[in-house]
Design a protein around this ligand. Sequence first.
Ligand SMILES: *Cc1c(COP(=O)(O)O)cnc(C)c1O
Length: 372
Amino acid sequence: MVDLKGQYEKIKTEVDTNVMEVIESTAFINGPEVHAFQKELEEYLNVKHVIPCANGTDALQIAMMGLGLKPGDEVITADFTFAATVEVIALLNLTPVLVDVNPYDFNIDIEAVKRAITPKTKAIVPVHLFGLAANMDEIMALAEEHNLYVIEDNAQGIGANYMHSNGSKSKTGTIGHAGTTSFFPSKNLGCFGDGGAIFTNDDDLAHMIRGIVNHGMYERYHHDVVGVNSRLDSMQAAVLRVKLRNLNDYNTARRDAARKYTDAFAQEEKIITPLICDNCDCHVFHQYTLTVKDTDRDALVKHLNESGIPCGVYYPIPLHKQKAYQDERYNEADFPVTNRLVQECISLPMHTELDEEQIDLITNTIIEFVNR
Ligand SMILES: *Cc1c(COP(=O)(O)O)cnc(C)c1O
């Protein structure tokens, strides 16, 4: 699904030099590399504060802790996403409220969010799923109207530009009250282990969060709030500094590959390709995800695997049907889109090193199968 080796070969000298410098310096934790990466990411995203942490799941949890969400507060998020999003809500004893997604972009359905709002609702967590920006203008307007926080789960969307209705652009993750990301190796900006970060333009929230990631300390050995231990280490920062300089090129390579896939499927009625807009970089294609009609998706997966072509099903089970997150409040009729997507979706190999020959093989194999 990804080719991290091919990507590494191209930046090997820079990465190896940076990592060796960290080893020589022995500043493994909170070293200058982490600080430099933080500043560079703030500049890249055009956001006031980046707070690095240990992974993308922690980032979500810490953002919710920083915003002061309390047990019983309801947090609305998408039913069709990776479980980390709903997991941290539950872990903090907040009440997860899962809602359906849009059929055209797989992102949270604003009408479903509206229906789910109650006096207990405190926050909305949109996920920029597969790298495509959710409709932030509508989400922010709704949040303002109901006095809710917005935490953007940007683990799959780093580098995407959201175009506001007035034509101006913001990087995803910098529009809500807080944004979070993951540097897991296969993410668009991935390190060589675990890593994550929280973004915010709010000075007070940033201060709060800087303490929370460090055992609730604002002054050494003074623990003012209950915190966690969540750090990005210097070796990961050393890798990320090199990759950040290449992030726009990486995302362009992904978009180019996506366009080639989509062009190849243009005549295929059974294959619904993901949304791609012209002259816009609102999609960074963390995944290239199709839906197939009148086709046995699982048989297609099996056929691709047997042909030596990797593919993935993200996600095979809606969160509201997962054992850990089932709740009698949920009504199947409220999830027509996720219930369908889990049966029809399939993600194709997507990374920065895909070549024409690979894309031809993948698309030809799929086209041949669906027309059998
Ligand atoms: C990867 C991912 C996370 C979690 O990130 P980790 O670094 O693995 O903890 C959270 N949300 C989404 C949408 C993700 O894709």
